[in-house]
Design a protein around this ligand. Structure first.
Ligand code: ZN
Length: 49
């Protein structure tokens, strides 16, 4: 079963990105700097559960 990780902007909460989850990373929450089209800037995107 393929698990998916959804990344949401920490600033505005928009769910901008999704990617296949890696089982090795399941223990820790992903935190990536990504471009948010709502904030129009790069913000920290955190994995939603
Ligand atoms: Zn945002």
């Amino acid at each position: 079963m393929a698990k998916k990780v959804i990344l949401s902007c920490e600033k505005c909460g928009s769910r901008n990105y999704s990617m296949p989850a890696k089982s090795s990373n399941e223990a820790q929450r992903l935190e990536l700097k990504k471009f948010c089209t709502h904030c129009n800037e790069h913000t920290v995107h955190k994995q939603t559960l």
